[in-house]
Write a protein that binds this ligand. Structure first.
Ligand SMILES: C[S@@+](CC[C@H](N)C(=O)[O-])C[C@H]1O[C@@H](n2cnc3c(N)ncnc32)[C@H](O)[C@@H]1O
Length: 243
């Protein structure tokens, strides 16, 4: 049996998805308010930037993986128009249902599907753009998921991976203090769940840095990968093209 990490803990590979599900089942109802509080609204800027880089056209076919409460899917849907399609997916039903309700409140009825990024139920070469925001970090086999993303993209299609990354060294101490002292307390106060927000801080530290993720994406079939550091590397947007 192989092991992997769940935050700083070592767990059996076959158990990680269950632990991740527990986190998102627990935080789903408070996810959006916590995102605004934790990032002081910055996650909206990072996502708006991602939407700009996506450069969608009317009629585009888009897949949002680990779409959760639907921020990117909502913004993408406004760009692709009536002739395009945005498929909103996540492995977690609680997150996806919260997102679907938000989308419906905005007058958007998108195809919504529970699915694992490691086994995408879509044909080869189908989408113009695939996105995954703050989701890759939680996946057990990132290489398998990236290969699946590559498979479902059309040749010339674009993958957008928005994820926490390695912050610039001068800020690392302050960021550690904020992540390990403040975040779990905020999680406890707002969502009555310190452990999930401790997992968040730990999982960020265990995630590959900018260059390591770029190499992983290249090994997964993407010939061209650009890195856009945002907020001094707190987050990075990796943009890859399927050749
Ligand atoms: C931090 S949330 C991000 C939600 C949304 N994309 C956003 O940016 O606000 C991470 C999401 O990844 C999903 N996730 C984790 N593992 C996954 C997998 N193997 N396949 C698909 N989604 C997954 C979780 O269920 C969760 O909804």
């Amino acid at each position: 049996m192989s092991s992997t990490h769940f935050g700083f803990k070592t767990v059996d590979e076959s158990e990680k998805a269950k632990h991740v599900r527990g986190v998102f089942d627990s935080v789903a109802s408070k996810y959006d308010v916590m995102n605004d509080l934790m990032s002081m609204g910055l996650h909206r800027v990072w996502k708006a930037y991602t939407v700009q880089v996506a450069n969608l056209k009317e009629g585009d076919q888009v897949l949002d993986i680990a779409g959760g409460t639907g921020d990117l899917a909502m913004a993408f849907a406004k760009k692709v128009g009536a002739t395009g399609r945005v498929v909103h997916t996540d492995i977690n039903e609680a997150m996806l249902c919260t997102g679907r309700d938000r989308l419906v409140d905005q007058g958007l009825a998108l195809p919504t599907l529970v699915c694992d990024a490691e086994k995408l139920p879509f044909p080869d070469g189908h989408f113009n753009v695939v996105s995954v925001a703050f989701g890759l970090r939680n996946m057990t086999h990132k290489d398998v998921a990236l290969k699946e993303m590559c498979r479902v993209l059309k040749p010339g299609g674009k993958l957008l991976v928005l994820e926490f990354s390695k912050i610039a060294p001068p800020l690392a101490k302050a960021y550690d203090w904020y992540s390990f002292e403040i975040l779990p307390r905020l999680g406890n106060l707002v969502a009555a769940d310190a452990a999930s927000y401790r997992y968040l801080a730990e999982s960020i530290r265990m995630h590959p840095d900018q260059q390591t993720l770029k190499a992983l994406m290249q090994d997964s079939g993407f010939a061209h990968v650009d890195i856009h550091n945002l907020s001094l590397g707190v987050v990075a947007l990796h943009v890859a093209i399927r050749c």
